[in-house]
Design a protein around this ligand. Structure first.
Ligand code: ADP
Length: 258
């Protein structure tokens, strides 16, 4: 009797342990798959500029180009080297965000209007070059809890995208207001927008709506993945609303200062 009972309780415990182990194994396998996919995508993105640099520099070394062609080749090499540089920067930023334990996240009082103005100062020249007007619309003093430099990077990224993918002669607005116990921060443009079927994957790493067009503009599709990581590191959420021909709006919600 006693023996049978303790045996069956032992069996139940073993079964529970095996269940936990299987679940952990599935999780590890999933993480490995994500990592492998990232490596595959990253290598693919790195390959194009590396091959271009190799090819053009080889031709130059062999001396097979006259001086005006040589100049063109050098410019092409430079362009690809810059793209490589941006890609490596983005990848480093993404991985440093991932290894940072959330306990290390900074939570301080952030003046949303102040950060928005700083972002406008940084991107004003780029906006003017594209004929885009930047507007800040923050009602009074709006304060959220988070990391000012993280918020600045996120806004810079979203506004930069809005300029890049927006419309010449268009407007990009940064808005901020309080909504009960949250702070809403939005970046909206009046450009061509994004077809709705892309929206569910827009924040995925390396996802681009139009790979050729956005590659020309220098993006590898990591910008929004980085923005999302930053937002989540501040316990915020980010989503996008867009329709073809109707502009794009990125909406973030953060905790208010308690
Ligand atoms: P990228 O490095 O290519 O800019 P992102 O992750 O920042 O990558 O953006 C992913 C894709 O989303 C871009 O390639 C672009 O097609 C689309 N996108 C982002 N912002 C906008 C916007 N404001 N309007 C239209 N399309 C956008």
């Amino acid at each position: 009797g006693v023996l049978a009972r303790s045996l069956s309780s032992l069996a139940a415990q073993l079964k529970a342990h095996i269940g936990e182990l299987t679940a952990e194994r599935t999780q590890v396998a999933q993480l490995l798959t994500v990592g492998r996919e990232f490596m595959a995508d990253a290598s693919h993105e790195l390959r194009t500029p590396v091959m271009a640099i190799q090819g053009y520099s080889e031709t130059l070394i062999e001396g097979g180009a006259d001086s005006s062609t040589a100049r063109q080749f050098l410019e092409t090499i430079h362009r690809h080297a810059c793209r490589l540089g941006r890609l490596v920067e983005d990848m480093l930023r993404l991985s440093s965000l991932e290894v940072r334990p959330s306990a290390d996240a900074i939570f301080e009082r952030v003046d949303v209007g102040g950060v928005a103005s700083a972002v406008v100062d940084t991107l004003q020249a780029r906006a003017e070059a594209q004929g885009v007007a930047l507007r800040v619309d923050v009602e009074g003093r709006v304060e959220m809890s988070g990391d000012p430099s993280a918020l600045e990077q996120v806004l810079e990224n979203l506004v930069d995208n809005a300029i890049k993918y927006g419309r010449t002669g268009g407007t990009v607005a940064i808005r901020g207001h309080e909504d009960r116990d949250e702070v809403l921060v939005e970046v909206e443009d009046d450009g061509p927008g994004i077809d709705t079927h892309h929206l569910p994957r827009l924040f995925d790493r390396f996802y681009r709506v139009d790979p050729e067009r956005s590659r020309e503009k220098g993006g590898a599709g990591l910008g929004l993945a980085i923005a999302k990581q930053f937002v989540e590191s501040m316990r915020g959420r980010i989503r996008v609303e867009s329709e073809l021909g109707k502009g794009a709006k990125f909406i973030m919600r953060f905790p208010r200062v308690p």
